[in-house]
Each structure stands twice: as C-alpha cells, then as structure tokens.
Write a protein that binds this ligand. Structure first.
Ligand code: ZN
Ligand code: ZN
Ligand code: FE
Length: 764
C-alpha cells in the first residue's frame, strides 16, 4: 500500500519504569501497527508504520491513556518513508544523553497489596513485592538507563516465573526492574545488636512483631534507610527512644495500618486523605482528635498536630497488619544526623538505640527519608522533600533561560550546594532543576559524608559535570567551603534572596516580585545575621526593601539555644531595667545570669545583631513562658503557633515602620510593650500568641502596600507556620494583593539550592 507512512516519536518525561513500553506495545498491537519501541536514557523512542489516519489516532491516544504515574514533558514527531516493518517489538534499551527522569520510590499499589495478603498467591506475605506501578526506584538505581543490571537488584537472578512476568508485555511486571518473589528475591533477617541472626524470613517478621508488642525498639531497614519503630502507646518505650536518640522534644511521626485507624486519632480532611493514600505516601501533619490520648504523651508533647503516614512498602504493611496499634516510625539516626542505610553501619550507629534489627539483603543505593507535607492555604506544601518526591525535577521557565539562546550560548551545567540546615543540593541540566532529597543539617561528620555522597551520586546519575558552582554567602557554611574548594567559577547568593527566588520559581513567576523572607538565620549583605527580610526583585537585581529592627543575641549561639536570653534582650531594648518587671519567666533564671546577660547587653559583649523573625518568635515564646530551652530549630515558633489553638481573635499589637530611608525598618518596641502589658494582665497564652501572629500579618500587608508590588511571596522557615501563612494569604487577598507560597519545594532551607540556581541564571 502506497499511503503507508512511518512515524518516529520521541517521548520525554517520567517515562521509565512506569510501564510505558508495555502500554505502547498494547496500544500499537491494538491498532495493528508495525515497528518498535525502546527505552533510552533520554526517553522513549517509537517507530510505527500504518496509514496516516491510524498513526494520528495512535499519537493522540498516547497522552490520553498513558500509565497513571508517568508524566510526559515533550513528544517530538517526524514523518518518514516506510521501511516495511513486519511486526511490533519492544527493543532493548539503548544508552544516550542522561536526561530521562528517574522516578521517585512509590508506595505499594492496590494490586500488589491484594497479592501479599492472598494465601494462594505465590507472593503471599512477601515483603519485597512490587510491580511497574509501585515499589523502589530512586533508592535502588545506580545509573541510567533504569535497567535491572544497573540497580541493587542485580544481585538477584530472577526465577523462571519472575522472568516470564518480566518478559511478558501484557504482564503488570513487564520490565519491573525490582521484580522478585520469595524464591528469588531479597530476604529478611532479624539481628541482635551484635549482628547475630535470630530469625529469618517470615519468622523474622513474626519475632519483630512480638518484640514490638513487648515494648522493644526495632530498627527496620525500610525503603530509603533505617527507621526506628516502637509501640506508640507505650510511654516507657517512647521515652526510652527519645533518650537513646538524643531527641528530647521534637515530635515523632506515626505509622498506622489503615486510614480508618488514622481517623480515630486525627481529623482528616479530603485533601489530607488524598495525600496519605497517594503513591508518595508522605508523613502528613494533621490536627489530632481529643480522643487520641491512648498514644504516649511523649509522641508530640503539647502539640495539637500529629505527623502520620500509611505503610508505603509491603514490609510495613506486613508489620502493621498483625498489630492493633500505631507505631512511632522515625528516621534511623541520632539527633539530626543523616539516615542510616547500610546493615553494618546501622549496627554501629544505632547499636545503642535499637534492641533488634530487622534487615534484608537488598542494598539501598542512597538515603531517602520519609517526606513531610502539610496542607497550606488549601493545597499541599512540602516541608521535607524526600521519598516519593525526590528527584522529580522542577521545570524552569523558558523565558528565564532565553538569554542563553539570545547570546547563542548553551545552558551551562550549574551545581548549587544549598544552605546549612535542612540541606539539599540541586543541579541545572538543560531546562530542569533536579533537587536532591533532604540531606539534613551539615553539622556532623556523618552529615558531611552524606552531603558528599549525595553530590557524587547526583553527578554520576545524570553524568553531570558542573560549569558553575553556587553557594550561600555565609563564609562558614561547610557547603560554601565545599563550593570554594571545587576550583570552578563560583557564585555566591544571599540567603533570603535565594529563598525568594525559590518561591518565585516554585510558582512559575518572573520578576518583579516582593519576597517576605522570614526564617531563623541567614548571612546578610552587611555581615550581620538576617531573617526578617522583605526582598524586592526587579529584573536581575534585588533590594532589601524592609527588615525587622535588629536585636542582640546575648552569647550568640547560647541565646539561640536558650531563647529566654532573646526575651531579655528584647526587654532590655525597651525597658533597660528588666529585673523590676514582674514577669513569671524571669523567675526561671538565676539572678546571677540575669545580671550577666544585662552586662553583656549594656557593654555589647558577644551580642551579635540579628533581624531574624524566627529568633523573634523564640524570644516572644520564652517571654510568655512557653519555651525555656530549644532542642530543635523552630521550637519556639512552633510552640507559639500551637498556643493559638483555633481561636477567633482579630486584635493585634501596635508597631511602627520607620520610613526615613530604604530599607524601611520595622520597629517592634510597641509589640513588646503590648505583650508585657498583656502578660501582666494575665491574658492567656492563646490570646497573646494570636495577637502576636496577627501583628506580623499586618506588618506584611503594610510593607506590601508601601512597596506597591502586587505579587507577594511568602518564603523562609517561618512560613511553615499554618496560622501565619493562611492569615497572611487571606489578608493579602482582602487587600487585592496576590499571595504566593511554596508548593512542592519547601519554604525552609530545603528550598535554598533551587533559589541559588535561579540566582545564577538571572545574574548575567
Ligand atoms: Zn504494584
Ligand atoms: Zn522469583
Ligand atoms: Fe533560611
């Protein structure tokens, strides 16, 4: 037939390891097309022959009927002369440019779950069951293209049945790289802290469950690393876990067997339900119910929210289905160190924490923690971006990149090393930014090791060699020092400018924008610590248009850990003689220390200045007596937010904006005076906390109006605060301004690397 045409199609996006080729195979066979499909590192390639009408039908059905977890970014087509293919086949993977998207790890799908609990299925109770719709990806892949010999599944040779599934294009496990069964796949073992094997396979599972019921702490090798788990109702066990993990206060996440079980303890909204049951299966911060008091009070002390999640792997499903209580499931680490991924390393690092180790022999290639999300302003906001989300790329607006085209330059490879706390790193390759999973605080040797490993693996995975390296302006950050040591063109970016750009990119906006960048700490252009900033971005430059009036941190880091010192500093600035104020929190401080701090303040001894709103939150929390010592970043602010507890108070404290010159200065003296008055009048914490938050919101409105900028970006760690963020959104809308907040890139320092990349793009 002479009207036969050949159509060549290249599909790019998240199309590997999601059942895309079998989908194409089925569609092509259905339409009786001849030709082939294959997978390369840069996407899916297809050649098909038929009449033009049928080929056009084929083409239009691809995006309509594609596998649910795939994502198509581009489809390129070209029409060619036929070469008379005689059948349709799936060809072997070929290599090529490494730009294909690696999928994140996905929670166990419905079909696999049915099999695990079906006594007649050959995968009955098998903890490593998966298919093309679910299972590990990012945590097992060594290099592209995504093929079994390039994953940690290469150690396992498929049995005959598994191989047949793997080769059958009509099977759900066609080319499911981690495909396995009890006969041929990874196996469980239960170890004691010396690494001696106590039980294997199903017995290991059974004995783990018995140990959990008895109140033991179990280290479990999960998908992206070890988790520490314990009976969430057992107060003694939870307390012990806190002690051993050196984590006195920070809330623990919980894992429940089912959504119904979560609903016993939490008020789950529709959106929260969607998030919990999504393939990402993150930890979701949800309001707890009054009747959740069967849980240990040590899970999340004084916290109206719980971080809850559903099982995301068959192993977790199997552990939970035989127990009738939720478990604490927290990262396998000490304090804020990175999560542990290796069996032997787990014995060393977690040997003093866990009573037993439930391990297996499938290696984890890179650490990936559980992700944390919170519903914010009616949609999800990612607070910790890891399992289920990383390394899904962020697309960069073509217009931002257009200058390279105009100058007929190719887009450079940019590596951004992020900040210091909640570190992530990112790379720009073509028009996409790949942000690493959450690495953590870079304050320990372990963390630094992990930082280097994540960086190396990102480079290796995408065959990426940076042309330019970007880091924070802070000279002491280890990430900045790493960047400087690389011998590459170096570009430094101010912290709050990076926050603002991160929020801008996350909302696909272009300058001009006004960023409200409020956080705990960031190195300022004037070498002081910033954190209460209004950043105006126009074209390729930024201006610090307004900021909080700086205050002193008596003893620097000591004030950060003991926010009562910040409270004293704020009081001193307003009243000088704070000893005579009859404030309850003063009674918790010795007169010796009161005098010492006063001397420091009066003589400016070791009292670095900061404009940080995060620290201001801490100071106010200490002043009203709801935060004495800080054991994790943001604790004071969190206590203050939670003190609000659903109240309808519209009042706020007075404040002043000093408008002599730019930057405008937000003077908080009247706020402190107002708070003191309220404390002395015995107003509740709830009322004071609410009025304080309302005040901050009015300050934002005020500055936004003075700046005459319409697009207002809420960024920085302070905007993880739901009351603050949602009230600001509401008030900005009332004033006909356009609020923007973070979505799938965190507002905290986990988003800094993205901002750094944008800064270096728009610089020139
Ligand atoms: Zn599945
Ligand atoms: Zn098998
Ligand atoms: Fe920050």
């Amino acid at each position: 037939m002479k009207d036969i045409k050949r159509l060549k199609i290249i599909i790019k996006g998240a199309v590997q390891g999601v059942g895309f080729r079998p989908f194409i195979y089925r569609l092509a066979t259905e339409l009786n097309l001849k030709g082939w499909v294959n997978n390369s590192a840069s996407g899916v390639f297809i050649e098909v022959e038929a009449t033009r009408t049928i080929l056009e039908q084929f083409l239009s059905r691809i995006p309509q009927e594609k596998p649910p977890i795939s994502q198509i970014n581009t489809i390129e087509t070209s029409w060619l002369n036929p070469v008379n293919y005689t059948n349709f086949e799936i060809r072997h993977s070929s290599s090529g440019d490494k730009t294909a998207i690696i999928l994140p790890d996905l929670a166990t799908c419905y079909d696999c779950l049915q099999e695990i609990f079906d006594p007649n299925n050959r995968r009955y109770l098998y903890p490593f069951t998966n298919c093309t719709n679910c299972g590990p990806r990012y945590t097992i892949i060594e290099e592209l293209p995504y093929d079994r010999p390039k994953t940690s599944m290469k150690e396992f040779t498929m049995c005959k049945e598994c191989q047949e599934e793997y080769e059958n294009p009509l099977n759900r496990r066609f080319h499911a790289q981690p495909n396995a069964c009890p006969k041929c796949g990874p196996k469980l073992q239960l170890w004691n802290p010396k690494g001696e094997v106590l039980a294997t396979e199903n017995n290991a599972l059974e004995e783990s469950i018995t140990a959990l019921k008895a109140g033991n702490i179990l280290a479990v090798k999960g998908l992206g690393g070890f988790q520490l788990i314990v009976d969430a109702r057992n107060n003694q066990a939870v307390k012990q876990l806190r002690q051993r993990k050196h984590r006195p206060d920070k809330p623990f996440a919980l894992m429940y067997a089912s959504l119904d079980d979560i609903k016993v303890d939490c008020k789950v909204s529709d959106l929260e339900q969607q998030l919990l049951t999504s393939p990402q299966a993150p930890i979701v911060l949800i309001k707890r119910n009054k009747n959740s008091d069967h849980l240990s009070p040590n899970i999340a002390p004084n916290n109206p929210y719980l971080g809850v999640m559903l099982p995301s792997t068959p192993l977790h499903h199997l552990l939970l289905h035989k127990i009738d209580f939720p478990i604490v499931a927290t990262s396998g680490n000490i304090a804020s160190e990175p999560i542990c991924i290796d069996n032997e390393e787990a014995l060393q690092r977690l040997g003093n924490i866990a009573d037993l180790f439930l391990v297996h022999n499938r290696s984890i290639i890179r650490p990936v923690d559980d992700s944390v999300v919170r519903v914010m302003g009616g949609r999800e906001m990612i607070i910790r971006r890891a399992r289920g989300y990383a390394p899904f790329p962020i697309q960069i607006d073509e217009q931002l990149l257009s200058k390279y085209k105009q100058n007929s330059q190719s887009i450079p490879n940019i590596l951004a090393v992020g900040g210091h706390l909640k570190n992530t790193v990112a790379i720009l390759k073509n028009n996409q930014v790949f942000i690493s999973q959450h690495i953590g605080d870079l304050s320990t040797v372990e963390a630094l090791k992990s930082f280097n490993q994540v960086m190396d693996s990102l480079k290796q995975l995408y065959e990426f060699e940076p042309d330019i390296i970007v880091c924070d302006k802070h000279p002491d950050y280890v990430s900045s020092q790493y960047a400087k040591a690389q011998n590459l063109p170096l570009f430094t970016v101010q912290h709050h400018y990076a926050h603002t750009l991160s929020c801008m990119a996350n909302n696909n906006l272009k300058p001009p924008v006004l960023g409200v960048a409020w956080d705990g700490t960031g190195y300022g252009d004037n070498n002081t610590i910033w954190g209460g900033e209004f950043i105006l971005i126009a074209d390729n430059n930024y201006q610090r248009i307004a900021h909080f009036k700086p205050f002193k941190l008596p003893g620097g880091e000591q004030a950060v850990k003991d926010p009562r010192r910040i409270a004293l500093s704020l009081l001193y600035a307003v009243f000088e003689d704070y000893n005579s104020l009859k404030l309850p929190f003063l009674e918790t401080i010795s007169s010796k220390e009161l005098n010492l701090v006063k001397q420091m303040l009066s003589r400016n001894l070791n009292t670095p200045l900061t404009s940080s709103v995060g620290r201001f939150f801490d100071g106010v929390a200490a002043m009203i007596g709801i935060c004495e010592k800080i054991s994790f970043e943001g604790q004071g602010a969190i206590n203050l937010e939670y003190a609000i507890n659903d109240v309808n108070i519209q009042a706020n404290y007075p404040y002043e904006i000093i408008e002599l010159d730019y930057p405008l200065v937000i003077d908080w003296e009247l706020i402190i005076k107002g708070i003191i008055e309220d404390i002395l009048q015995n107003l509740s914490h709830q009322e004071i906390a609410t009025k304080f938050h309302n005040t901050l919101v009015e300050i934002i409105i005020d500055v936004a109006q003075k700046t005459k900028e319409n697009n207002i970006l809420l960024t920085g760690g302070c905007f993880q605060n739901k009351y603050l963020t949602e009230r600001t959104i509401l008030r900005l809308k009332q004033e006909k301004l356009h609020p923007f907040w973070h979505k799938n890139v965190p507002p905290n320092d986990g988003g800094i690397a993205l901002g750094q990349i944008i800064a270096s793009i728009i610089e020139k």
